[in-house]
Design a protein around this ligand. Structure first.
Ligand SMILES: NC(=O)c1ccc[n+]([C@@H]2O[C@H](COP(=O)([O-])OP(=O)(O)OC[C@H]3O[C@@H](n4cnc5c(N)ncnc54)[C@H](O)[C@@H]3O)[C@@H](O)[C@H]2O)c1
Length: 265
């Protein structure tokens, strides 16, 4: 460097590893796909609209509500990447309302995407993860994007919270089922994260600026978390550095779950 500053190359802890990120064309998933790529992984992005997949990733179109499409997409990713070590199951949708507000078909739709979507993806990926675990112990993992909605009661989020509570329990059950196969299963619990999803939510609010201020204030750090911050936690759980970690929920929520601070003046 001629200006006296130094830069270090990003960690290459995913060199030689392959990864599939669902919902990887936007927000937290896109940040994760980009980070895993920068750290040396070959990455496929499975999304119902993969056009926003980060540069260098293999885009694969599939809707996680369609079992045959998910199986075909996972096979395509494995064929193109040459295997599968890391599954990040992140695709999800939001829903607003109390238990009185959403009809049965909305409950079915949200649970179908947020819970069964992860089930279908894991089912298709597990044979490949088993092979990765056998060939290179310590490298096979599944990381779910769960939510603070699984661990704290948030108003107007009945169906969404029920879906993420199911994801938390699914994470623990899967971690137990696959621990002896060398496949680790964990989740991240983001607080409110600044992604296109929240942009859409704010657009629906009567006063978007006031709504954003309220969401900022709800997190003790006084701000939303970023997609990159959540991606860093996912990358840790998926990395060989977390080889001893399974059945864990890692909160990235600006202190929202664990802290009880006084309101700012
Ligand atoms: N943004 C937040 O505040 C927040 C907080 C906690 C948890 N989460 C969770 O993080 C995950 C990602 O959210 P985000 O904020 O990055 O949202 P986002 O809307 O920016 O991205 C979601 C991606 O998932 C894809 N997707 C949605 N439904 C799909 C389907 N049926 N099949 C395939 N792909 C589908 C979308 O096309 C999109 O690319 C979700 O599981 C969400 O529940 C988000």
């Amino acid at each position: 460097m001629t200006d006296g500053t130094t830069t270090s190359a990003p960690l290459q802890d995913f060199a030689g590893l392959t990864a599939l990120v669902t919902g990887g064309a936007s927000g937290i998933g896109a940040a994760t796909a980009a980070l895993l790529t920068a750290r040396g992984a070959r990455v496929a992005v499975l999304d119902r609209d993969p056009s926003g997949a980060p540069e260098g990733c293999l885009p694969v179109a599939a809707d996680v509500t369609d079992d045959a499409a998910v199986r075909a997409a996972v096979e395509e990713a494995v064929r193109e990447l040459g295997g599968l070590h890391v599954l990040v199951s992140n695709a999800g949708i939001g829903a607003i309302g109390t238990v009185e507000d959403n009809a049965d078909d909305e409950w079915s739709r949200v649970l179908d995407v947020n819970v069964l979507g992860m089930v279908r993806t894991a089912r298709a990926a597990l044979p490949h993860l088993r092979r990765a675990a056998a060939a290179r112990p310590g490298t096979a993992s599944i990381t779910h994007t769960c939510s603070i909605a699984a661990t704290a009661g948030l108003p107007q989020r009945a169906v969404y919270s029920a879906s993420k509570g199911a994801v938390l329990s699914l994470t623990l059950a899967m971690a137990a089922d696959h621990v002896r196969e060398g496949i680790r299963v964990n989740c991240v619990n983001p607080g409110t994260a600044d992604t296109p999803w929240i942009g859409r939510l704010l657009d629906q609010a009567g006063d978007p600026a006031a709504e954003r201020a309220a969401l900022n204030a709800r997190q003790p750090m006084g701000r939303l978390v970023t997609a990159d911050e959540v991606a860093a936690a996912i990358a840790y759980l998926a990395s060989p550095a977390a080889a001893g970690v399974t059945g864990t929920a890692l909160a990235v929520d600006g202190g929202m779950q664990g802290l009880r601070v006084r309101p700012a003046n």
